[in-house]
Design a protein around this ligand. Structure first.
Ligand SMILES: [Mg+2]
Length: 330
């Protein structure tokens, strides 16, 4: 393993991020000391999540730096959304092959654009030299004991998803055709600039019995809820909300694998006791974020995907009964 050297000749935070994110009153001490000092308000829990994006693994090396900065933060805010936490603070670790001033300014612009929507303050950063990778840690706040978790789904709860599924995975699947398919542009936007469902997550506190954000595909992530909650579920494929470009590309059965096992959606999947159905419908109308019931939690373990005619749909990629956990991403 090669030794990694700090990039000594520049100061990421002061040179590029100074004043680009908001200045919060609960930051006792921000950038400039050995550590930031952050004050968690009394009666609040702190939610912490971290994600690493690696060039060639999590994003195409040709993604624009402004979109990369946006996405690096978006995927982390999506995790806070799934917990029902309000974004507060963030740290950023960049590994860079070289110090490219234009690239860094654009990256920071994308990061700050999204941070500015949530009063999120960047309170620390680190840079090292090496192949491009980005690690963002986010800290969010929520009333004590009110966090949404994966473990609360109960038999009879309805399963909901926000937004539409399969947009990013379809964009990836069609990447060879991007140049001459203008109908794919909205899908590329969804891949490169996902919208974290922060407001939806906050509104679902106290209503949803469990929640997760869909980063690895609906099957895998709903699977985490089922496993943590000790329950099973049935899904109705024809109820899964699709954007018009994805619906237009739905020719046979094969696309379902892309849509529900492809990943990168960054929508929320949550379970809801029936008595809260009207409240969620009202939240959906008020926020403009679609929240669609797609199935039901059952006592029988495993996940059953039902087609329109009632027959079971199966896939080799993620077996409907015996799908396994696909690793450590949260
Ligand atoms: Mg997650």
């Amino acid at each position: 393993m090669s030794k990694r050297h700090p990039i000594a000749e520049f100061d990421l935070i002061n040179d590029y991020f100074a004043d680009m994110t908001s200045q919060r009153g609960d930051v006792v001490l921000g950038v400039g000391d050995d550590a930031a000092l952050l004050r968690v308000p009394q009666g609040m829990d702190l939610a912490v999540s971290v994600d690493t994006l690696i060039a060639g693994v999590h994003f195409f090396p040709d993604i624009s730096p402004v979109n990369l900065g946006y996405k690096a933060l978006a995927v982390n805010l999506s995790d806070l959304a799934a917990m029902g936490a309000e974004p507060a603070w963030s740290t950023l670790a960049l590994t860079l092959p070289e110090v490219d001033d234009f690239w860094l300014r654009e990256f920071c612009r994308g990061f700050a654009e999204l941070a500015g929507q949530y009063e999120l303050q960047l309170v620390g950063g680190d840079t090292t030299s090496g192949p491009l990778s980005i690690t963002v840690q986010v800290h969010g706040l929520l009333p004590m004991g009110k966090g949404l978790t994966r473990g609360g789904a109960r038999v009879g709860d309805e399963i909901y998803v926000t937004g539409t599924l399969g947009d990013a995975a379809m964009a990836l699947d069609c990447k060879h055709a991007w140049a001459d398919r203008s109908d794919l542009l909205p899908l590329i936007e969804r891949l490169e600039r996902p919208t974290p469902r922060v407001e939806a997550g906050l509104a679902l506190r106290g209503l949803a019995s469990s929640a997760i954000d869909i980063s690895d595909g609906l099957l895998a992530d709903l699977g985490h809820i089922l496993q943590s909650s000790g329950v099973g579920a049935s899904l109705e494929l024809d109820k899964i909300p699709l954007s018009s470009p994805v619906a237009a590309n739905l020719q046979g059965g094969e696309e379902w694998e892309i849509i529900i096992a492809g990943g990168d959606d960054y929508e929320l999947c949550f379970t809801l006791p029936a008595e809260h159905r009207d409240q969620v419908a009202a939240i959906s109308r008020r926020s403009g974020v679609n929240m669609t019931p797609i199935g039901i939690i059952e006592a029988q373990r495993g996940l059953r995907c039902l087609q329109e005619d009632g027959s079971l749909w199966t896939t080799e990629r993620t077996g409907y009964e015996h799908f396994s956990s696909r690793g450590g991403e949260t």
